[in-house]
Ligand binder design. Sequence first.
Ligand code: 2P0
Length: 318
Amino acid sequence: MQTTAVAHPNIALLKYWGKQDAPGNLPATPSLSITLDSLTTTTTVAEADFDQFRLNGQVVADAKVLRTLASWRRHHPIPPLTITSHNNFPTAAGLASSASGFAALATAVDAHCGLDLTQVERSELARRGSASAARSIHGGFVILRGPDWQAQPLLPEAAWPLQVFVAITAAGPKAVSSTAGMERSRTSSPYFDAWVASAEVDFAAMRQAVCARDFNALADLAEASCLKMHALMLSSHPPLLYWNGVTVECLQVIRALREDGCQVFATVDAGPQVKAVCKLDEAKRVEGALGQVAGVGRILRAGLGPGAALRQGRPRSC
Ligand code: 2P0
């Protein structure tokens, strides 16, 4: 008997980068994200004699998955599991595969083991795996902030439809994981305290822009948050530079479109891919412009999507 859950990655418009110096995988700053629709992680769990994790067809010794299962078992009765997970998009390349991965895993384990968690409790379970995963439990616009650090929905996906294009500028996994990079920034960047100190004001402004569906305000705030995070990364020691030349080229193209009145903005996470977010009626123009950039391999297209959900469930089996 097995249970399958599906979750989608999310893109932070207000970025989380850095953790509190405390247990529980607690972010140092609040964040605000959009959950995507067409990118998916599908995860199936089944009881087994020992834990085994298969990702995209390969058995993987993933320390983060094993550590997360151990932390969940301190609070919940979870037997040894075979976990089979598949991403329909590049893994560990700055496309939030750990967000959708741990959201799908938390959802599957909750149902399979009959934990009977609320959506908010499930987001806390997911957060222990990857903080951004807490946000993928919900659809649409989502916030994650203290003091409880359980993600909450802000606006459902249908309330403000937007189009997202992901320009793939390089294949393969990133050189420094987000978890390691964040710790490097916390312990070595002279700007880390300023990043944390300014986060609540930035968060309040972005929440207001989303609630007002003010695209231009959201665009300004999202680009500022993205570039502030990358400045923090660059100021870490050794420096974290997740971009390549094509990343910069895409950013320049989006900037030129914006200056020409196009309602679009760009954001980049811990990897070289560029995400362009635009109004639906700008989609053709944005996709066409990104497609002209030399070095852009593929362009993934997504709308705003739902939170993590079961595909087939068998609650209360443990
Ligand atoms: C975010 N990122 O808010 C930021 C922006 C990447 C850049 O959250 O250590 O996989 O597992 O909590 O959530 C990626 O980091 O890190 C991330 P952990 P996670 O989406």
